[in-house]
Design a protein around this ligand. Structure first.
Ligand code: FAD
Length: 455
């Protein structure tokens, strides 16, 4: 596949910095270049793929909170398989299919929910096929982004081993730096005196260190579910705590001899015990926080125009543009509980179109008013601030809206249906959803649809 660069004369070409060469940064750079912009991608690692570049190393601080620790970008565990089926996970015009060469399957992971290496292969294939590697400055970290004058941004970057930081001026900056490196840690009364070990899931790789341990796992995400099952195979006991488990007495998890579900933690104590809100207690060796992540943009200087409050990045018009700094500053990859790659793709088309002048944004006042109305709506519905960017079922309406805004096709019906089927299956059969499914009819429609994009 060759890169498409249709630069029509009435579109404005801008010099754009993209921060990060993960899934978001890669598709953003493709769309920006397609729209005729001049693109520089800054990537602090030595390869593309972002989160999907597995690193067996863990950070010196297992909780990942010491600011002086050397950051390991990967938050993946060795056994991780995707939590989305490949048909809906990939970019629209670059389907995430099992690659065949001359009719022979390459030695890759053909599973519908493949392991993490397969995703990295896919992203590397995307970068190579669209010739994006030439846009990327590897081992170059952005350390500061600042608005200097009307419409101009200075990006300060630091090349590994380079002598000095370099300042460059851009017309626009697209932040694609991901949000899975800054751990969120559960607050536990008495934890300072508690003598056991603590670790955040971003520093979990394999279950072996938990052999014969009594493990307390906090969290309710897809990773928490995977990790608890994996750890239970070697640990003495696993005690799972999450907000969604009601305040009753501990219950044994169905199908497990050594896993219990608990109400929330009341306190931790010097003698090693952890007491739960229902009054029960357990002597614990290790607390494993599967408690998610915080948005974190240490390089961004916006005079407090963009802030992070209770894990809400704002104000952001439709989760992408800060009204007062648009279109020069934008974010791709903020929403969660979504189909990440397809949303990144649509948002990238939108940003690229707005920057070229092909797509218009409302006035600053209108965007600000819209963001405020959105916040009020969430508040009235009792949605906590920290869930501002949680999209879930709203992603379908959102993706339709973005597609219409930037003049591209909305998501295919099969993709929406398959995503809804997947949510049902994931919820009802969390242990088996990756290997048993009933939406074969949708798979066939998807595969038919993919033909138009495959060589
Ligand atoms: P990242 O992949 O994190 O990429 C950000 C890039 O920016 C990195 O390469 C980083 O090095 C670079 N960077 C950061 N700061 C700087 C800087 N200052 N200067 C230069 N470079 C910088 N999604 C799915 O679709 N399917 C799944 O199955 C799935 N499973 C997941 C499992 C886990 C455990 C986690 C944490 C997430 C999962 N996700 C999954 C969501 C995942 O976040 C997205 O799929 C996607 O990979 C995120 O891409 P990104 O580009 O936004 O961020």
């Amino acid at each position: 596949m060759s890169p498409l660069i249709p630069c029509s004369s009435n579109l404005t070409s801008r010099k754009v910095a993209v921060i990060g060469a993960g899934a978001a940064g890669l598709v953003a750079s493709r769309e920006l270049r397609r729209e005729g912009h001049e693109v520089v991608v800054f990537e602090r690692r030595d390869r593309v793929g972002g989160l999907w570049v597995y690193d067996p190393n863990v950070e010196s601080d297992p909780l990942g909170i010491d600011p002086s620790r050397s950051i390991v970008h990967s938050s993946l565990y060795d056994s991780l398989r995707t939590n989305l089926p490949r048909e809906i996970m990939g970019f629209r015009d670059y389907p995430f299919v099992v690659v065949k060469e001359d009719g022979i399957k390459k030695q890759r992971d053909p599973r519908r929910y493949p392991g993490h290496k397969e995703v990295l292969n896919y992203l590397e294939g995307f970068a190579n096929d669209f010739q994006l590697i030439e846009l990327v400055r590897f081992e170059t970290e952005v350390v500061r982004v600042e608005l200097v004058e009307e419409g101009k941004w200075v990006v300060k970057s630091r090349r590994r081993g380079g002598a000095d930081d370099v300042d460059e001026v851009f017309d626009a900056v697209v932040v694609c730096s991901g949000h899975y490196t800054e751990p969120n840690i559960a607050e536990i009364p008495g934890i300072d005196a508690w003598p056991g070990k603590q670790i955040h899931s971003r520093n979990y790789r394999v279950p072996e260190p938990f052999r014969n341990q009594v493990v307390l796992l906090i969290g309710n995400s897809s990773s928490a579910a995977d990790i608890s099952r994996e750890v239970a195979r070697v640990a003495k006991e696993v005690h799972v705590v999450s907000r969604s488990i009601t305040n009753g007495l501990p219950t044994k998890k169905l199908g497990y001899d050594n896993m219990w579900l608990h109400s929330m933690i009341e306190s931790a104590h010097e003698d090693g015990t952890v007491v739960f809100q229902d009054g029960s207690s357990v002597l614990v060796d290790v607390i494993l926080h599967c408690t998610g992540y915080k948005y974190y943009f240490p390089f961004l200087e916006t005079n407090n125009i963009v802030t992070i409050d209770d894990n809400c990045v704002g104000p952001l018009y439709k989760h992408v543009f800060p009204p007062l700094l648009a279109p020069g500053l934008s974010f791709i990859g903020i929403p969660w509980k979504i189909l990440p790659f397809p949303i990144f793709e649509l948002n990238s088309k939108w940003v690229a179109g707005v920057l070229s002048g092909r797509v218009s944004l409302p006035s600053q006042e209108k965007m600000t008013a819209e963001v405020e109305a959105f916040y009020l709506k969430l508040e009235a519905a009792g949605v906590p601030t920290r869930h501002t960017h949680l999209m879930g079922d709203n992603q379908y309406e959102y993706s339709d809206w973005v597609a219409a805004e930037c003049g591209c096709l909305p998501w295919e019906e099969w993709r929406k249906q398959m995503a809804k089927e997947y949510v049902k299956k994931f919820t009802s059969q969390p242990e088996t959803y990756r290997d048993e499914w009933e939406d074969q009819n949708l798979i066939l429609i998807a595969q038919e649809d993919f033909h138009q994009y495959l060589p």
